[in-house]
Each structure stands twice: as C-alpha cells, then as structure tokens.
Design a protein around this ligand. Structure first.
Ligand SMILES: [Mn+2]
Length: 232
C-alpha cells in the first residue's frame, strides 16, 4: 500500500477538505453545489470514512474514480479490508457500526471494495500557496508531519500502532491538546464528531456530523476558511 500521497498546488481552482462522509454522497453533492464546486478546476480531499451508516456506501468506488476527489483511509475502510480478509474478530460489532451493507454484499463485491480501500493512503498532503496541508483520518502519532511522511514513505515493516493512531485516536481532541503538529501548515482530521469545527493548534477537527444530524464542514485549503454550506 502506498502509505502517503502528495498533491501539487492547484493553480487553476480551489481545494477543499471535508470530514467523514459515511455513505451520504447526495448530501455531500448538495453541499458542493452550494459552493459552486467546479469539478473541472476544484478538488475535494476527504479525511476518510466514506462508508458505513448512511444509505449510499456503494457509491464510494464511483467517487474514488473521480479525478478531482481523493481520500485517506479511515477506520471504517480499514474495518472493511479486515472483514474481507477474515481478520475481524467481531463482525457483529462491525455490523453495529454500520458495516451491514458490506457484510451482506457478495464476496466479489467485498473484494472489489477492499482492494480499492487498501490502496488509499494513510495520510496525504496538499500543497497550498502558504505551505502544505496534511490530511489524516484521526491523528498523527508523531509531533512532526515530516516524521509521519517519512515513516509512511519509508517502506519499513508496517507498525500497527502507527496506523492505529492515524485511524482511531481521539486523545488530542479529548485532551484539548493544542500543541499542534510541526513542519506542516495545518492538518485536517475527522473521526471524532464535533458540534462545531474545532481547531487545536494547527489541527482542524472538521467532522461536524454531516452524515448524521449535523452538517458538512468544508475547509478551503488556501485560506483555511470554514465553509458550512448547509448551516442555517
Ligand atoms: Mn472514523
């Protein structure tokens, strides 16, 4: 798996990051429409968790095939991969977390989704005019972004503990840890749903429950400005 991806500056249009989608692509598209998102010029970067809970998880592959859309691997993609490999010790827990659509789909489809999800990077970075912005699902286990990049690019034997923090950790936001991540302009994360987008140091917690009772928060990466197109 390519653990890390780099995206060069988008000189032609705007770049946005969005929090967890969880099978709500129609709602996401409506949010993009309200921004006048232009797929010919603009790009959208997802913090992962494209699937589970919502009604349209099956659309994840279509979205991932779009040239203007990119995502990192969230813990829900990791669960699907592990389920397809027979490595998930508690499938009923996965079903309770919204994975029923995957458990009930054919082995061929499961393989299709799992293979695609396995190719998603654990972290990515996007160049902006004021420096790179990082994207990871939950958190960086390293205080420096360069250390995470080098680790993921290093091809060293995968350390489960690093990926666990990247995809599952809630400690930074629970501890109100504002120490931030060095050697990167800002980092966008999801995973732990917030009432309002929450910035701790340079770490932006942008899952505001657009897939649930909240609304999607998008961040415009050049300005780091929040756009909440479905907020009243
Ligand atoms: Mn998550």
């Amino acid at each position: 798996m390519a653990g890390f991806a780099h995206y060069p500056l988008n000189a032609r249009g705007r770049d946005f990051a969005v929090g967890d989608i969880h099978g709500h692509f129609t709602r996401l598209q409506a949010a993009l429409d309200r921004l006048d998102f232009d797929p010919a010029r603009d790009r959208l970067f997802s913090v992962g968790d494209l699937v589970d809970r919502g009604p349209q998880s099956e659309l994840a592959l279509e979205w991932l095939a779009r040239p203007w859309f990119a995502a990192v691997q969230g813990n829900h993609e990791a669960l699907a991969i592990q389920y397809a490999q027979g490595l998930l010790p508690d499938p009923e827990m996965y079903r309770a977390s919204g994975g029923g659509w995957f458990i009930d789909s054919s082995p061929q489809d499961q393989r299709l989704f799992a293979d695609r999800f396995a190719r998603l990077p654990i972290a990515l970075e996007v160049e902006t005019r004021l420096g790179p912005v990082g994207i990871v699902h939950a958190d960086s286990p390293f205080a420096s972004w360069s250390a995470l990049r080098e680790y993921l690019l290093g091809g060293v034997q995968a350390d489960i503990a690093v990926e666990e923090v990247c995809q599952w950790s809630r400690s930074r936001v629970r501890n109100h840890d504002a120490s931030g991540i060095r050697e990167v302009r800002a980092v966008m994360v999801g995973h732990t749903t917030q009432r309002q987008p929450t910035v701790l140091g340079n770490v932006y917690h942008i899952d505001t429950g657009g897939w649930g009772n909240g609304c999607f928060t998008l961040v415009e990466l050049d300005s780091l400005g929040f756009v909440r197109p479905d907020a009243n």
